[in-house]
Design a protein around this ligand. Structure first.
Ligand SMILES: C[S@@+](CC[C@H](N)C(=O)[O-])C[C@H]1O[C@@H](n2cnc3c(N)ncnc32)[C@H](O)[C@@H]1O
Ligand code: SF4
Length: 382
Protein backbone atom coordinates (compact mmCIF):
# COMPACT_ATOMS: atom_id res chain seq x y z
CA UNK A 1 0.00 0.00 0.00
CA UNK A 2 1.34 3.42 -0.97
CA UNK A 3 0.88 6.30 1.48
CA UNK A 4 1.06 9.78 0.02
CA UNK A 5 1.28 12.75 2.35
CA UNK A 6 0.57 14.99 -0.65
CA UNK A 7 0.23 14.65 -4.41
CA UNK A 8 3.20 15.61 -6.63
CA UNK A 9 3.27 18.69 -8.87
CA UNK A 10 1.43 18.14 -12.15
CA UNK A 11 2.67 18.94 -15.68
CA UNK A 12 1.06 18.60 -19.08
CA UNK A 13 2.83 17.10 -22.11
CA UNK A 14 1.27 17.58 -25.55
CA UNK A 15 2.58 15.49 -28.43
CA UNK A 16 2.45 16.81 -32.01
CA UNK A 17 3.60 13.87 -34.11
CA UNK A 18 4.40 15.23 -37.58
CA UNK A 19 7.68 16.26 -39.23
CA UNK A 20 8.66 17.44 -42.71
CA UNK A 21 10.55 14.17 -43.04
CA UNK A 22 11.82 11.43 -40.78
CA UNK A 23 15.45 11.82 -39.65
CA UNK A 24 17.51 8.63 -40.01
CA UNK A 25 18.50 8.50 -36.30
CA UNK A 26 15.10 9.28 -34.78
CA UNK A 27 12.99 6.73 -32.91
CA UNK A 28 10.48 9.20 -31.51
CA UNK A 29 6.81 8.81 -32.38
CA UNK A 30 7.13 11.14 -35.35
CA UNK A 31 5.87 10.74 -38.88
CA UNK A 32 6.69 12.38 -42.19
CA UNK A 33 3.60 14.47 -42.86
CA UNK A 34 1.59 14.64 -46.00
CA UNK A 35 1.28 18.43 -46.06
CA UNK A 36 -0.69 20.22 -44.90
CA UNK A 37 -0.89 18.73 -41.42
CA UNK A 38 -4.53 18.33 -40.23
CA UNK A 39 -4.00 21.03 -37.59
CA UNK A 40 -7.61 21.91 -36.76
CA UNK A 41 -8.69 18.28 -36.57
CA UNK A 42 -5.73 17.33 -34.38
CA UNK A 43 -6.28 20.20 -31.96
CA UNK A 44 -9.91 19.23 -31.55
CA UNK A 45 -8.76 15.68 -30.84
CA UNK A 46 -6.20 16.93 -28.27
CA UNK A 47 -8.86 18.89 -26.42
CA UNK A 48 -11.28 15.93 -26.40
CA UNK A 49 -8.41 13.82 -25.12
CA UNK A 50 -7.66 16.31 -22.33
CA UNK A 51 -11.34 16.47 -21.43
CA UNK A 52 -11.37 12.69 -21.02
CA UNK A 53 -8.35 12.84 -18.69
CA UNK A 54 -9.75 15.56 -16.43
CA UNK A 55 -11.43 13.32 -13.82
CA UNK A 56 -7.97 11.93 -13.00
CA UNK A 57 -6.61 15.33 -11.95
CA UNK A 58 -9.64 17.17 -10.62
CA UNK A 59 -8.70 20.20 -8.52
CA UNK A 60 -4.98 20.08 -9.35
CA UNK A 61 -3.04 22.96 -10.87
CA UNK A 62 -0.84 22.42 -13.95
CA UNK A 63 2.65 23.80 -13.28
CA UNK A 64 4.25 23.43 -16.74
CA UNK A 65 3.20 22.67 -20.32
CA UNK A 66 5.47 21.19 -23.01
CA UNK A 67 4.53 20.96 -26.68
CA UNK A 68 6.89 18.32 -28.04
CA UNK A 69 7.22 16.24 -31.14
CA UNK A 70 7.60 15.58 -33.84
CA UNK A 71 7.84 19.16 -35.01
CA UNK A 72 5.37 21.35 -33.11
CA UNK A 73 6.55 24.39 -35.09
CA UNK A 74 4.77 22.93 -38.13
CA UNK A 75 1.59 24.10 -36.39
CA UNK A 76 0.61 27.72 -37.07
CA UNK A 77 0.54 30.26 -34.24
CA UNK A 78 -3.25 30.40 -34.68
CA UNK A 79 -3.49 26.66 -33.99
CA UNK A 80 -1.17 26.87 -30.99
CA UNK A 81 -3.28 29.73 -29.67
CA UNK A 82 -6.44 27.69 -30.08
CA UNK A 83 -4.80 24.76 -28.33
CA UNK A 84 -3.49 26.77 -25.36
CA UNK A 85 -6.79 28.62 -25.02
CA UNK A 86 -8.56 25.26 -24.94
CA UNK A 87 -6.09 24.00 -22.33
CA UNK A 88 -6.70 27.06 -20.12
CA UNK A 89 -10.46 26.53 -20.39
CA UNK A 90 -10.08 23.01 -19.07
CA UNK A 91 -7.31 23.12 -16.46
CA UNK A 92 -5.94 25.73 -14.08
CA UNK A 93 -2.43 26.79 -15.09
CA UNK A 94 -0.13 28.06 -12.32
CA UNK A 95 0.61 31.78 -12.67
CA UNK A 96 3.73 32.19 -14.84
CA UNK A 97 3.67 28.50 -15.78
CA UNK A 98 6.55 27.53 -18.08
CA UNK A 99 5.09 26.77 -21.53
CA UNK A 100 7.69 25.31 -23.92
CA UNK A 101 7.35 24.63 -27.63
CA UNK A 102 9.84 22.60 -29.68
CA UNK A 103 10.79 24.36 -32.89
CA UNK A 104 12.86 23.10 -35.80
CA UNK A 105 15.04 25.42 -37.88
CA UNK A 106 13.72 25.44 -41.42
CA UNK A 107 10.09 25.59 -40.22
CA UNK A 108 10.20 28.91 -38.40
CA UNK A 109 10.60 32.60 -38.98
CA UNK A 110 10.21 35.72 -36.87
CA UNK A 111 6.46 36.17 -37.43
CA UNK A 112 5.82 32.58 -36.37
CA UNK A 113 7.84 32.97 -33.16
CA UNK A 114 6.03 36.24 -32.38
CA UNK A 115 2.74 34.42 -32.86
CA UNK A 116 3.74 31.63 -30.46
CA UNK A 117 4.74 34.23 -27.88
CA UNK A 118 1.36 35.96 -28.27
CA UNK A 119 -0.33 32.56 -27.78
CA UNK A 120 1.40 32.24 -24.40
CA UNK A 121 4.48 30.15 -25.22
CA UNK A 122 7.29 31.49 -23.00
CA UNK A 123 10.10 29.05 -23.72
CA UNK A 124 11.39 27.65 -27.01
CA UNK A 125 13.45 24.53 -27.52
CA UNK A 126 15.20 24.74 -30.86
CA UNK A 127 16.43 21.50 -32.43
CA UNK A 128 19.69 22.70 -33.91
CA UNK A 129 21.69 19.44 -33.53
CA UNK A 130 24.79 20.97 -35.18
CA UNK A 131 25.88 24.13 -36.94
CA UNK A 132 28.11 22.23 -39.35
CA UNK A 133 26.53 22.00 -42.83
CA UNK A 134 28.15 18.62 -43.54
CA UNK A 135 26.98 17.11 -40.27
CA UNK A 136 23.47 18.46 -40.74
CA UNK A 137 23.38 16.80 -44.16
CA UNK A 138 24.68 13.52 -42.69
CA UNK A 139 21.89 13.71 -40.09
CA UNK A 140 19.29 14.16 -42.83
CA UNK A 141 18.15 17.49 -41.36
CA UNK A 142 16.03 19.82 -43.45
CA UNK A 143 18.06 22.84 -42.29
CA UNK A 144 21.59 24.15 -42.73
CA UNK A 145 23.83 26.34 -40.58
CA UNK A 146 22.18 29.57 -41.74
CA UNK A 147 18.68 28.41 -40.84
CA UNK A 148 19.92 27.30 -37.42
CA UNK A 149 21.47 30.70 -36.76
CA UNK A 150 18.41 32.47 -38.14
CA UNK A 151 16.14 30.48 -35.81
CA UNK A 152 18.10 31.45 -32.69
CA UNK A 153 18.16 35.10 -33.79
CA UNK A 154 14.44 35.08 -34.50
CA UNK A 155 13.81 33.54 -31.06
CA UNK A 156 15.60 36.44 -29.41
CA UNK A 157 13.97 39.07 -31.62
CA UNK A 158 10.56 37.63 -30.78
CA UNK A 159 11.37 38.22 -27.10
CA UNK A 160 12.27 34.66 -26.07
CA UNK A 161 15.23 35.15 -23.78
CA UNK A 162 14.36 31.74 -22.36
CA UNK A 163 15.29 29.38 -25.17
CA UNK A 164 17.06 26.05 -25.32
CA UNK A 165 19.26 24.66 -28.06
CA UNK A 166 19.30 20.89 -28.63
CA UNK A 167 22.70 19.74 -29.82
CA UNK A 168 24.11 16.30 -30.49
CA UNK A 169 27.74 15.16 -30.49
CA UNK A 170 29.47 11.98 -31.58
CA UNK A 171 28.12 12.65 -35.07
CA UNK A 172 29.21 10.72 -38.18
CA UNK A 173 32.97 11.29 -38.63
CA UNK A 174 32.94 14.17 -36.20
CA UNK A 175 36.28 15.32 -34.80
CA UNK A 176 36.78 16.81 -31.34
CA UNK A 177 37.53 20.18 -32.98
CA UNK A 178 34.26 20.06 -34.92
CA UNK A 179 32.28 19.24 -31.78
CA UNK A 180 33.97 22.14 -29.97
CA UNK A 181 33.15 24.49 -32.85
CA UNK A 182 29.49 23.46 -32.53
CA UNK A 183 29.30 24.11 -28.79
CA UNK A 184 31.12 27.43 -29.15
CA UNK A 185 28.71 28.56 -31.86
CA UNK A 186 25.80 27.43 -29.69
CA UNK A 187 27.05 29.37 -26.67
CA UNK A 188 27.70 32.46 -28.81
CA UNK A 189 23.92 32.58 -29.32
CA UNK A 190 23.59 32.94 -25.52
CA UNK A 191 20.80 30.43 -25.02
CA UNK A 192 19.38 30.12 -21.50
CA UNK A 193 19.76 26.36 -21.73
CA UNK A 194 21.59 23.72 -23.75
CA UNK A 195 20.56 20.08 -24.09
CA UNK A 196 23.53 18.08 -25.28
CA UNK A 197 22.98 14.47 -26.35
CA UNK A 198 25.39 11.87 -27.58
CA UNK A 199 24.03 10.50 -30.86
CA UNK A 200 22.80 6.97 -30.21
CA UNK A 201 21.87 4.43 -32.83
CA UNK A 202 18.38 3.23 -32.02
CA UNK A 203 16.71 0.05 -33.28
CA UNK A 204 14.08 0.67 -35.95
CA UNK A 205 15.90 3.63 -37.47
CA UNK A 206 17.58 4.01 -40.83
CA UNK A 207 20.95 4.48 -39.08
CA UNK A 208 20.47 1.10 -37.43
CA UNK A 209 20.01 -0.57 -40.81
CA UNK A 210 22.80 1.44 -42.46
CA UNK A 211 25.13 2.54 -39.66
CA UNK A 212 27.22 5.64 -40.34
CA UNK A 213 30.89 5.80 -39.29
CA UNK A 214 30.84 7.22 -35.77
CA UNK A 215 33.86 8.43 -33.77
CA UNK A 216 35.43 5.77 -31.51
CA UNK A 217 34.67 5.63 -27.79
CA UNK A 218 37.83 7.38 -26.74
CA UNK A 219 37.18 10.31 -29.08
CA UNK A 220 33.62 10.54 -27.81
CA UNK A 221 34.83 10.57 -24.21
CA UNK A 222 37.32 13.36 -25.01
CA UNK A 223 34.58 15.30 -26.78
CA UNK A 224 32.28 15.03 -23.81
CA UNK A 225 34.96 16.19 -21.39
CA UNK A 226 35.93 19.12 -23.62
CA UNK A 227 32.36 20.22 -24.25
CA UNK A 228 31.44 20.02 -20.58
CA UNK A 229 34.53 21.97 -19.52
CA UNK A 230 33.81 24.71 -22.05
CA UNK A 231 30.20 24.98 -20.97
CA UNK A 232 31.16 25.10 -17.29
CA UNK A 233 33.65 27.90 -18.01
CA UNK A 234 30.90 29.87 -19.73
CA UNK A 235 28.45 29.46 -16.87
CA UNK A 236 26.34 26.57 -18.16
CA UNK A 237 25.84 24.35 -15.14
CA UNK A 238 25.19 20.68 -15.78
CA UNK A 239 22.18 19.79 -13.62
CA UNK A 240 21.20 16.59 -15.41
CA UNK A 241 22.99 14.08 -17.64
CA UNK A 242 22.17 16.01 -20.85
CA UNK A 243 20.95 19.36 -19.51
CA UNK A 244 22.90 22.55 -18.87
CA UNK A 245 21.41 25.81 -17.62
CA UNK A 246 22.69 29.36 -17.52
CA UNK A 247 21.90 30.63 -14.03
CA UNK A 248 18.55 29.41 -12.78
CA UNK A 249 17.15 28.55 -16.22
CA UNK A 250 16.65 24.83 -15.66
CA UNK A 251 13.77 23.35 -17.64
CA UNK A 252 11.01 23.17 -15.03
CA UNK A 253 9.00 20.69 -17.10
CA UNK A 254 11.84 18.19 -17.38
CA UNK A 255 12.84 18.73 -13.75
CA UNK A 256 9.36 17.57 -12.82
CA UNK A 257 9.96 14.28 -14.70
CA UNK A 258 13.34 13.78 -13.02
CA UNK A 259 11.85 14.49 -9.61
CA UNK A 260 9.19 11.87 -10.30
CA UNK A 261 6.38 14.40 -10.50
CA UNK A 262 3.06 13.70 -12.21
CA UNK A 263 2.17 14.56 -15.78
CA UNK A 264 -0.77 14.27 -18.09
CA UNK A 265 0.06 13.29 -21.66
CA UNK A 266 -2.22 14.13 -24.55
CA UNK A 267 -1.59 13.43 -28.21
CA UNK A 268 -0.56 10.40 -30.24
CA UNK A 269 1.42 7.96 -28.10
CA UNK A 270 1.75 10.44 -25.22
CA UNK A 271 2.75 8.97 -21.88
CA UNK A 272 1.43 10.05 -18.50
CA UNK A 273 2.10 9.32 -14.86
CA UNK A 274 -0.63 10.04 -12.37
CA UNK A 275 -0.67 9.55 -8.61
CA UNK A 276 -3.92 9.32 -6.67
CA UNK A 277 -4.59 8.65 -2.99
CA UNK A 278 -3.33 5.06 -3.07
CA UNK A 279 -1.62 4.27 -6.38
CA UNK A 280 0.67 5.46 -9.16
CA UNK A 281 -0.40 4.72 -12.74
CA UNK A 282 1.46 4.95 -16.03
CA UNK A 283 -0.69 5.64 -19.06
CA UNK A 284 -0.18 5.71 -22.81
CA UNK A 285 -2.40 7.00 -25.59
CA UNK A 286 -2.83 5.23 -28.97
CA UNK A 287 0.38 5.86 -30.89
CA UNK A 288 -0.56 6.17 -34.52
CA UNK A 289 -1.82 9.63 -35.52
CA UNK A 290 -4.69 8.22 -37.61
CA UNK A 291 -5.84 5.90 -34.84
CA UNK A 292 -5.43 8.75 -32.37
CA UNK A 293 -7.44 11.22 -34.45
CA UNK A 294 -10.40 8.90 -34.75
CA UNK A 295 -10.27 7.61 -31.17
CA UNK A 296 -9.53 10.68 -29.06
CA UNK A 297 -12.29 11.40 -26.57
CA UNK A 298 -14.05 8.07 -27.26
CA UNK A 299 -13.67 4.71 -25.53
CA UNK A 300 -11.13 3.76 -28.25
CA UNK A 301 -8.93 6.66 -27.19
CA UNK A 302 -8.75 5.82 -23.50
CA UNK A 303 -5.15 5.37 -22.38
CA UNK A 304 -3.63 1.97 -21.77
CA UNK A 305 -3.05 1.94 -18.04
CA UNK A 306 -0.55 0.16 -15.88
CA UNK A 307 -0.34 0.51 -12.11
CA UNK A 308 3.19 0.63 -10.70
CA UNK A 309 4.19 -1.98 -8.16
CA UNK A 310 6.05 -0.74 -5.09
CA UNK A 311 9.28 -2.15 -6.46
CA UNK A 312 8.79 -0.35 -9.79
CA UNK A 313 7.86 2.92 -8.12
CA UNK A 314 11.09 2.88 -6.12
CA UNK A 315 13.16 1.81 -9.15
CA UNK A 316 11.63 4.44 -11.43
CA UNK A 317 12.15 7.16 -8.88
CA UNK A 318 15.84 6.26 -8.68
CA UNK A 319 16.20 5.93 -12.46
CA UNK A 320 15.04 9.53 -12.78
CA UNK A 321 16.40 11.24 -9.69
CA UNK A 322 19.93 9.85 -10.04
CA UNK A 323 20.20 11.66 -13.37
CA UNK A 324 20.25 14.91 -11.38
CA UNK A 325 23.74 16.16 -10.59
CA UNK A 326 22.62 17.27 -7.12
CA UNK A 327 20.74 14.06 -6.40
CA UNK A 328 17.70 14.33 -4.15
CA UNK A 329 16.52 14.59 -0.56
CA UNK A 330 15.37 11.32 1.09
CA UNK A 331 12.12 13.14 1.97
CA UNK A 332 11.43 13.57 -1.77
CA UNK A 333 11.72 9.81 -2.28
CA UNK A 334 9.10 9.24 0.41
CA UNK A 335 6.82 11.99 -0.86
CA UNK A 336 6.85 10.83 -4.48
CA UNK A 337 6.86 7.06 -4.10
CA UNK A 338 4.65 6.90 -1.00
CA UNK A 339 7.19 4.45 0.45
CA UNK A 340 9.65 4.70 3.37
CA UNK A 341 13.26 5.18 2.24
CA UNK A 342 14.13 1.92 4.07
CA UNK A 343 12.80 -0.04 1.09
CA UNK A 344 16.00 0.83 -0.79
CA UNK A 345 18.36 0.55 2.18
CA UNK A 346 20.20 -2.50 0.84
CA UNK A 347 20.84 -0.93 -2.57
CA UNK A 348 21.88 2.38 -0.99
CA UNK A 349 24.40 0.56 1.18
CA UNK A 350 25.77 -1.35 -1.82
CA UNK A 351 26.09 1.84 -3.92
CA UNK A 352 27.82 3.60 -1.06
CA UNK A 353 30.22 0.70 -0.55
CA UNK A 354 31.16 0.91 -4.23
CA UNK A 355 31.74 4.69 -3.84
CA UNK A 356 29.04 5.41 -6.42
CA UNK A 357 26.76 7.31 -4.05
CA UNK A 358 27.04 9.77 -1.16
CA UNK A 359 24.28 9.05 1.32
CA UNK A 360 23.66 11.76 3.88
CA UNK A 361 20.71 12.64 6.10
CA UNK A 362 19.51 15.46 3.87
CA UNK A 363 20.83 14.40 0.47
CA UNK A 364 21.55 11.36 -1.65
CA UNK A 365 23.85 12.22 -4.53
CA UNK A 366 25.94 10.37 -7.11
CA UNK A 367 29.70 10.72 -6.56
CA UNK A 368 31.90 11.71 -9.51
CA UNK A 369 32.44 8.00 -10.20
CA UNK A 370 28.75 7.24 -9.77
CA UNK A 371 27.83 9.93 -12.27
CA UNK A 372 30.41 8.69 -14.74
CA UNK A 373 29.15 5.12 -14.47
CA UNK A 374 25.51 6.06 -14.01
CA UNK A 375 24.13 2.90 -15.63
CA UNK A 376 26.01 0.75 -13.11
CA UNK A 377 24.69 2.88 -10.27
CA UNK A 378 21.08 2.79 -11.50
CA UNK A 379 21.22 -0.98 -12.06
CA UNK A 380 21.64 -1.46 -8.30
CA UNK A 381 18.10 -0.11 -7.82
CA UNK A 382 16.30 -2.00 -10.60
C1 LIG B 1 11.91 15.10 -29.25
S1 LIG B 1 13.42 15.19 -30.09
C2 LIG B 1 13.03 16.18 -31.47
C3 LIG B 1 12.91 17.63 -31.44
C4 LIG B 1 12.76 18.25 -32.83
N1 LIG B 1 11.78 17.59 -33.60
C5 LIG B 1 14.05 18.20 -33.61
O1 LIG B 1 14.34 17.19 -34.22
O2 LIG B 1 14.75 19.21 -33.62
C6 LIG B 1 14.42 16.06 -28.97
C7 LIG B 1 15.90 15.90 -29.16
O3 LIG B 1 16.35 14.60 -28.95
C8 LIG B 1 17.61 14.46 -29.55
N2 LIG B 1 17.68 13.14 -30.23
C9 LIG B 1 16.77 12.60 -31.05
N3 LIG B 1 17.18 11.38 -31.49
C10 LIG B 1 18.39 11.16 -30.92
C11 LIG B 1 19.36 10.11 -30.98
N4 LIG B 1 19.16 9.01 -31.71
N5 LIG B 1 20.49 10.24 -30.24
C12 LIG B 1 20.69 11.33 -29.48
N6 LIG B 1 19.85 12.35 -29.40
C13 LIG B 1 18.70 12.28 -30.10
C14 LIG B 1 17.77 15.61 -30.54
O4 LIG B 1 18.73 16.52 -30.07
C15 LIG B 1 16.40 16.23 -30.55
O5 LIG B 1 16.43 17.61 -30.79
S1 SF4 C 1 12.58 16.38 -36.86
FE1 SF4 C 1 12.93 15.68 -34.76
S2 SF4 C 1 11.19 14.41 -34.20
FE2 SF4 C 1 11.14 14.74 -36.44
S3 SF4 C 1 12.12 12.95 -37.28
FE3 SF4 C 1 13.70 14.52 -37.04
S4 SF4 C 1 14.55 14.17 -34.97
FE4 SF4 C 1 12.65 13.04 -35.08
Amino acid sequence: MFRFASLPPLSLYIHLPWCMRKCPYCDFNSHAAAMPVPEAEYIEALLRDLEQDLPRVRGRTVQTVFLGGGTPSLFSPGSVDKLLTGVRERVVLAPGAEITLEANPGTVELARFRGYAAAGVNRLSIGVQSFDPEKLAALGRIHGRDEALAATQAARQAGFDNFNLDLMFGLPQQTVAQAIADIDTAMAQQPAHISLYQLTIEPNTLFHAQPPALPDEETIWTMQQELQARMARSGYRQYEVSAYAAGARECQHNLNYWRFGDYLGIGAGAHAKITDATAIARLRKPAHPREYLSGAGTPAGVAEEQPLTQHNAAAEFMLNALRLRDGFAPALFEERTGLPIDVIDAALAEARKKSLLRVERERIQPTETGYRYLDDLITLFL
